[in-house]
Ligand binder design. Structure first.
Ligand code: DC
Length: 237
């Protein structure tokens, strides 16, 4: 192990429904650092594009929307269960979580110009240290992060988790089969795209969350962090 200097930067990548957001929130709260939910940035772009009638594959139109993208994240709430997302002062936290915007986020995030245009924003939001979660944190956005994790879980487990999230009082949830199809479709697009596809960084620690509870996953990650960053030699293992 080597000493950790500078702002604390922890990155957590993985496919939809692997538990990244929930785990990242808890890890950020435990470490006392902000959470950077990069999926929310792509979701917000998809929402703004839809409202301004810019197609989710219109590269120049989307890139123009990314200029000076006025996104801001609130602090985690006391129970580390929610984080407000604002765009130009409007609270878009709920509007970006619909199944339609999930698909839109997956579509806009496959556009190379969009990924390049959003790099600077992600890095500037992490300057003071954070737990950053997404798909390409360890491979592209923060390749030098001292702590990298890649969460996985079986497709059915991930679909069940998403289904539970979508089951709100007073709302008819989609069927589990529809959610599983949706997750599989996003997996296929996220891993097969040319620009920064979802993949584990060689030096990331993989955690299969299928049989683990939330506290166990958080415990595993905090345990690795307490042991200190990996040395260059350890990263080759
Ligand atoms: O994590 P999420 O479900 O909120 O992400 C929404 C979409 O954004 C997902 O389909 C993939 C994409 N995404 C990405 O390509 N890169 C990131 N760093 C984060 C999310």
């Amino acid at each position: 192990m080597v000493a950790q200097t500078g702002p604390m930067l922890v990155v957590i990548d993985g496919p939809a429904g692997a538990g990244k957001t929930t785990v990242a929130r808890r890890v950020a709260a435990a470490l006392g650092v902000p959470l950077l939910d990069t999926g929310a940035i792509y979701r917000t772009l998809a929402l703004v594009a839809q409202r301004r009638a810019v197609a989710w594959d219109d590269e120049p139109g989307l890139v123009a929307l990314c200029t000076g993208f006025p996104i801001a994240f609130g602090a985690l709430d006391a129970s580390a269960q929610a984080q407000a997302v604002r765009f130009a002062e409007e609270d878009v936290s709920a509007a970006i979580r619909t199944p339609e915007i999930s698909q839109g986020a997956s579509r806009v995030s496959a556009v190379p110009g969009v990924r390049a245009a959003l790099l600077g924003i992600q890095r500037s939001l992490a300057l003071q240290g954070c737990v950053a979660e997404g798909r390409d944190m360890g491979t592209v956005v923060f390749p030098d992060a001292p702590f990298k994790f890649f969460l996985t879980a079986a497709l059915r487990t991930r679909a069940l988790r998403r289904h539970t999230e979508l089951t709100q009082p007073g709302v008819v949830p989609p069927s589990l089969e529809a959610v599983e199809r949706d997750v599989a479709e996003r997996d296929a697009r996220d891993t097969s795209r040319e620009a920064a596809p979802l993949r584990k960084a060689d030096d990331a620690t993989e955690v299969d969350t299928s049989g683990l509870g939330l506290d166990e996953v958080v415990g595993v990650i905090l345990g690795h962090i307490a042991a200190g960053p990996r040395t260059a030699a350890e990263r080759q293992i």
